[in-house]
Ligand binder design. Structure first.
Ligand code: SER
Length: 598
């Protein structure tokens, strides 16, 4: 196997697939555009979903990339040898072009070829889908592996639980074939397979043969085209190739690790507790660096992405206490990452001042209250009868000491208590009408929640853009949009804050359009026809030949992928809750829909 650095692996991978006719595309932002259901880009496929569903990609139908990803569903597990909340995924994509035969051939060549990863064939094991009522057993992939020389006893047939990939509950999906390195240890039982977690097999690559769409009702429909989506985790692959035990032992963490050692005088590995704290800090600061430094960078806050970021930073600060990490350290650790990743992700260099500043501010804010909060926590704990930690106290820790609920839950768990989350939420609701539950529920990620609420908010966004163009200027256009189940967020070009009168007028126009209860209709047409019809929207080439144009009576005509409400009358009542600056020359509106007040 080839000993290799991150930069070498990225380049080797991209070049290999470029030579096989793939266009190299840049990593998309970590903050998904126009996706109502997820806070972060969680997999390489995420930004490519429209193209897996049939839209034409401007770069063609063979693509390759290295995508930044954030997954915080397992944040509590960070601290062990393998969990990370940020990772890079190497991927190659066939959008209705080649399928499993070629895809497996490419993977085999890259894994075993002497100019590539040079993994001895006897170290490989693979899995394929064993078949069920939704999709047949994948004999053709198994046959392809055999043809390439993988012996039958190294090909395992596994069910949906193991060999099926979907991001979330609904969306594009399909059976996959996964590749593993057999570490050569004894089988843990006669049935030992890559499905078991004894450590004999380490997953290195996943090729998904995306040919289905999972519907809301649980059924599967065939997609119009057969796609391939492959994902190879960069950190894990480096770990395997370089023969190190933990992802934290790869070269990407070297400088940051040395910095923490210098700041604390502790040695990584000197005890379990110290190692855990190091790993949590290494991971969370890296993720925070990428989130703040993203092209659509975010800052700590109490909702949505900002809340996750806050939680990551505060958790790092909390574990920093365990190894006596001095205040002001996080930005120093971040600096190591900016330096390490500057070639692959130059946005980190562009945004470095903001990264250090936000980390310093958040660290300072939490450091001030952390000790008092911990004291309070310990005081309460000594008086508890039973094992339930009161929700009201958890809320007080949040409200007064800035403890995200999850930190209190983790502290409670360490001492054998469970937080009464319902009590916490009730206290929260009592205190503030608007609860933050939404963002907590979205930690797990997942794709394509095309729920009614988000569809309505999409429709409201069109009406609002039309109203903004009437009230402010016909030059107003969308600079960004993000919809969750709670609210819409819309960025647009405008030089100054809106006045109260302007905000009221926009609300009035949107509510008038809602009251008119006109049907929302959709037509597919070419970009030229759309332009000629007076539709607004992004006319850039990524929309390919045909675009969808949504019309709402005389109010709005706009290019969009949907989903939308059936009629404007379905929307309820529209309110702007915030109008603020987003960046130079760009304003941001947050708005909600409420039940009609009649
Ligand atoms: N979508 C698959 C994954 O994330 C392959 O890229 O593992």
């Amino acid at each position: 196997m080839k000993k290799i650095t991150a930069e070498q692996l990225r380049n080797l991978y991209l070049k290999f697939f470029e030579d096989k006719g793939h266009k190299i595309i840049p990593s998309a932002s970590l903050i998904p555009e126009n996706d109502p259901s997820v806070l972060f880009t969680t997999a390489g496929m995420h930004p490519l979903v429209p193209y897996l569903l049939g839209e034409k990609h401007p770069a063609g139908n063979r693509l390759t990339d290295v995508q930044k990803c954030v997954r915080t569903g397992d944040i509590d597990e960070v601290g062990d040898a393998s969990h990370l909340t940020f990772f890079e995924m190497l991927g190659n994509w066939s959008l209705g072009d080649y399928f499993n035969y070629e895809s497996i051939g490419f993977s085999f060549e890259f894994l075993t070829g002497k100019d590539y990863l040079a993994i001895p064939i006897e170290r490989l094991a693979v899995t394929v889908f064993s078949g069920d009522e939704d999709c047949p057993r994948d004999e053709s992939s198994a046959n392809r592996w055999k043809e390439l020389g993988i012996p039958e006893d190294k090909i395992f047939y596994l069910p949906k639980k193991n060999n099926w990939w979907i991001a979330g509950k609904t969306g594009p999906c399909g059976p996959d074939t996964e590749m593993f390195i057999d570490r050569g240890t004894e089988k843990c039982s006669p049935d030992c397979s890559p499905a078991c977690d004894c450590g004999k097999y380490l997953e290195i690559w996943n090729n998904v043969f995306m040919q289905y769409y999972k519907n809301e009702d649980g059924t599967y429909s065939k997609l119009d085209q057969k796609n391939v989506d492959t994902g190879m985790g960069l950190e894990r692959t480096l770990c395997i190739l370089n023969g190190v035990e933990s992802v934290y032992d790869i070269e990407l963490f070297e400088e940051a690790k040395a910095e923490i050692e210098a700041l604390t005088g502790k040695k990584y590995g000197e005890s379990e507790e110290v190692t855990k704290a190091f790993r949590i800090i290494l991971d969370h600061v890296r993720t925070a660096t990428f989130l703040i430094g993203d092209t659509k960078g975010i800052v700590p806050s109490n909702v949505d992405q900002g809340y996750v970021l806050r939680r990551l930073i505060r958790r790092a600060v909390r574990f920093g206490r365990n190894i006596v990490l001095p205040d002001g350290s996080l930005s120093k650790i971040a600096k190591c990452y900016v330096e390490k990743y500057k070639n692959a992700y130059p946005e980190l260099v562009d945004n470095q001042a903001k990264i250090y500043d936000e980390l310093n501010k958040e660290e300072e804010k939490f450091s001030k209250t952390l000790n008092d909060g911990l004291k309070e926590f310990n005081k309460v704990v000594t008086h508890i009868q039973g094992t339930t930690f009161p929700g009201k106290t958890a809320f007080r820790l949040y409200d007064t000491f800035g403890f995200p609920l999850e930190i209190t839950q983790e502290l409670a768990k360490e001492q054998g208590f469970t937080v009464d989350v319902e009590g916490y939420e009730n206290a929260f609701k009592e205190h503030q009408k608007k609860s933050s539950v939404g963002s907590e529920q979205k930690f797990k990620g997942g794709l394509a929640d095309q729920s009614e609420t988000t569809a309505k908010l999409h429709t409201a966004t069109h009406l609002m853009q039309a109203a903004l163009r009437k009230v402010l200027s016909p030059d107003v256009s969308q600079k960004g949009s993000n919809i969750t189940t709670e609210r819409l967020r819309f960025d647009f070009n405008f030089e100054r804050p809106m006045t109260q009168d302007e905000i009221k007028e926009v609300e009035r126009l949107v509510n008038e359009a809602i009251k008119a209860d006109v049907p929302v209709t959709m037509e597919e047409m070419t970009v030229d026809q759309a332009r000629a019809s007076g539709a607004i929207g992004l006319f850039d080439s990524r929309y390919g030949d045909k675009v969808k144009v949504y019309t709402m009576g005389e109010f709005s005509k706009e290019i969009c992928g949907g989903p939308h409400a059936q009629r404007t009358g379905d929307l309820g009542e529209f309110h702007i809750v915030k109008e603020q600056s987003s960046s130079a020359g760009v304003r941001r509106i947050k708005a909600v829909l409420t039940e009609k007040a009649n």
